[in-house]
Design a binder for this molecule. Structure first.
Ligand code: ZN
Length: 278
């Protein structure tokens, strides 16, 4: 099975069709921007993760409509981190947003402070971005910076708020479409307190969310900021090994390029070495 890169114009991601109706949006700049996907199940269009930058979310929704001729039916948040759900509010309110109950609780408890911090930072970010714009010549960078100014202006508005998940699960389930079916698998605490992944058994494809990174960095284990410490590194390692042993050809990581079993084993070793064995 070969992933096919599709013709789609976005400064934020490259679009791949992994198998008929199964698409991955892979961040154009790798870290720290996240990946997403969308699945044409025949009668349903399922979107997996909403990305961080709202303009990338708009591109993702546009791509999902363009390549499936459908409107999104469901959105899944693999976990509660901002880079996977900040774009939620770009989806129409009649599209349910699925997450684990822990992801909703974590989002409610932690993201309010983050949004408050964003609002406080907005005026200086606008000023800083506008200064960068003055000297920028690259048209893609200009577009990105202009979008950033608009986003900061939106965040500054008193009415701005995140849209949190509203279709809450505590277990795995399968969405059986008329064409494809996908298993939405509840992992529980691993990378975050409530992770979920999307598994296409027949097509041998798994969307791993942030359970998988193309590349890892030992400095994460000691850094005060950046990639948060996994709440259950043992479970995370065990899941990585469990899924590495399955007959899966393409793993879509939360960050970085498409992966194979090799990266799952490397990630498992990474957690063993830097988070478990200590
Ligand atoms: Zn992430």
């Amino acid at each position: 099975m070969e992933a096919t890169k599709l013709e789609f114009e976005s400064i934020y991601f490259d679009l791949y069709e992994l198998s008929s109706g199964i698409f991955a949006a892979i961040s154009a700049e790798k870290m720290p921007t996240s990946n997403a996907g969308f699945f044409d199940l025949g009668n349903y269009l399922v979107v997996f993760d909403a990305l961080m930058d709202p303009y990338s979310t708009v591109d993702l929704i546009k791509a999902s409509k363009q390549f499936t001729n459908k409107e999104p039916s469901f959105l899944i948040n693999s976990h509660h981190h901002m880079d996977h759900l900040f774009g939620n509010r770009k989806f129409p309110m009649n599209v349910p947003i699925i997450s684990s109950s822990e992801a909703l609780i974590e989002a409610q408890q932690t993201l309010g402070t983050r949004v408050k911090d964003f609002k406080e930072r907005a005026p200086e970010e606008i000023k800083r971005t506008e200064e960068l714009l003055l000297n920028e010549k690259d048209p893609n960078k200009i577009l990105e910076l202009k979008n950033d100014v608009n986003t900061w202006n939106e965040i500054k508005e008193p009415s701005f708020s995140l849209r949190l998940p509203d279709f809450i699960i505590n277990d795995s389930f399968t969405i059986k479409g008329t064409k494809n079916q996908v298993q939405i698998i509840y992992i529980g605490a691993a990378h975050s307190k409530g992770d979920i992944i999307a598994y296409f058994e027949k097509e041998k494809i798994c969307f791993m969310g942030d359970l998988l990174f193309e590349e890892t960095d030992p400095s994460w284990a000691t850094a005060a900021e950046g990639v948060p410490h996994p709440p259950d590194p043992e479970h995370l390692r065990d899941i990585l090994i469990e899924y590495a042993e399955k007959d899966i050809a393409i793993y879509v990581p939360g960050h970085g390029n498409l992966c194979t079993e090799k990266e799952l084993r490397e990630n498992a070793e990474f957690y063993d070495e830097y988070y478990i064995k200590k």
